[in-house]
Design a protein around this ligand. Structure first.
Ligand code: NDP
Length: 400
């Protein structure tokens, strides 16, 4: 069999646009790029953006990634070394299975969810560890920003600043303004399912559940200012609780404006966030899927969005017996992201790390085998790549 070479990117939405442009900027590593998705015309649009921004020609293909055999067939035809999955979390398992069946490394940015149940966890992906490990393959799970960079940030603090990390708060702020009364910055269905779910955090070995948006803090984000931030459950909490030894508490907070929250509450109260089918004039519809067709496509927000994002981690623990607290974060500017990749900062902050994870697995720098989360690898090379690929970061020491 010919040596495996090149990458296959699956999914052609907002995150994919950035990941594909950035991969093209790293074509010396990847050699060739194929972008495949359910709707071929969306791949064609991204192909044009990539050509315009980088001068690189990519290949495109149509694929229904819910069909494992179809993905196997495509992988066998193209023979890529790595598959980057930036479709939806619903496709994680089918694409993972196609990768392990064909001897191909796998990367994604979000953990598996079943379309009929608003619940996400790593269980089914971690259960595929042996499928990858036994074949000398890596499945890198969650290499976006959160999950992704947040896990690498925590690992970097553990490797360089603290002997043990006891408390982690992940702080995610999008202070961008797209001018719409209500829109979501990434896939509306995934976004609204996440935000309208109960909150949860890890403390002293237990998971503590809250009602949706019950816990609020007003946090001062560097370069952005004070923003209301709400506790949510987020998937990196599960892997960090497992992988960061000695951690006592991990929480995740995200900013939401009053307008977003009142629209979301209203939509929830009238049943528009439902995932069960309802009959409408003799036709079965799923409310949240119908809502998605009404809302602006996140990929279209790029040209309208102004302002900054700031995502980072506050880590508190002990260094040589002394209590210390560090804040490590990245600030991103929506308009600059748009100029570079024709996408807003939420897609940018996810797509750049998706490419970086793919690059480190592709070139063998990150070579742990099996189904792994980012914080299981050494952090320095990823941190260096963030600096040079468009997501520079800072560490500041905070008072206790
Ligand atoms: P979009 O909805 O913009 O794009 C998803 C793409 O996947 C679309 O092109 C869609 O195709 C395609 N797709 C859906 N189903 C299939 C299928 N069965 N077969 C092939 N292609 C399919 O989503 P985003 O770009 O906003 O998000 C992409 C991923 O990134 C999601 O998993 C999301 O959860 C994750 N994410 C991760 C973040 C992080 O920081 N870790 C942050 C933000 C997002 P079509 O248009 O034809 O339906």
């Amino acid at each position: 069999m010919k040596n495996k070479e090149g990458i296959l990117i699956i999914g052609a939405g907002g995150v994919s646009t950035v990941a594909t442009v950035k991969s093209a900027m790293n074509i010396d590593t990847f050699k060739n790029i194929t972008l495949a998705s359910r709707t071929l015309s969306k791949c064609a649009q991204i192909k044009d953006i990539v050509k315009d921004k980088t001068g690189v020609d990519i290949e495109i293909a149509q694929i229904d990634a819910d069909d494992t055999n179809a993905v196997i067939e495509l992988i066998n035809k193209l023979n890529p070394k790595v598959v980057l999955n930036v479709a939806l979390p619903y496709q994680d398992l089918t694409i993972m299975d196609a990768c392990s069946a064909t001897g191909t490394h796998y990367i994604d940015t979000a953990n598996y969810e079943h379309p009929d149940e608003a619940k996400f966890e790593y269980k089914l992906q971690w259960e595929r560890n042996n499928d990858f490990e036994s074949k000398g393959l890596t499945a890198l799970l969650g290499s976006g920003f959160d999950p992704g960079v947040t896990g690498v940030f925590v690992k970097y603090i553990e490797e360089n600043y603290l002997d043990t990390i006891e408390y982690i708060d992940i702080m995610d702020c999008n202070a961008g303004d797209h001018g719409y009364k209500f829109a979501t910055n990434f896939n509306p269905e995934i976004n609204l399912r996440e935000v309208s779910a109960n909150g949860r955090y890890f403390e002293n070995g237990k998971w503590i559940e809250t009602t949706p948006l019950e816990i609020r803090v007003d946090w001062d984000y560097p370069e952005v200012g004070v923003k209301a931030s709400y506790l949510l459950y987020h998937e990196e909490l599960e892997s960090l609780a497992k992988n960061i030894k000695g951690v006592k508490r991990i929480r995740f907070f995200m900013t939401f404006g009053d307008s977003y929250i009142s629209h979301m509450n209203c939509l929830q109260n009238v049943g528009m966030l439902g995932i069960e089918p309802v009959m409408h004039k003799g036709v079965e519809i799923i409310p949240i899927e119908f809502l998605k067709t009404l809302l602006p496509d996140p990929a279209s927000l790029g040209s309208r969005t102004k302002g900054l994002t700031n995502i980072g981690c506050v880590c508190e623990g002990l260094k040589d017996g002394v209590r210390k607290k560090y804040y490590i974060y990245n600030v991103c500017n929506h308009e600059e992201c748009y100029r570079e990749t024709a996408s807003q900062a939420v897609s940018y902050t996810t797509g750049v790390p998706a490419m970086i994870g793919t690059k480190l697995v592709y070139n063998g720098t990150w070579d742990l085998k099996g189904a792994r989360n980012v914080e299981e690898f050494e952090s320095q090379t990823y941190m260096d790549e963030l600096m040079t690929q468009g997501l520079p970061w800072k560490v500041i020491e905070m008072g206790i």
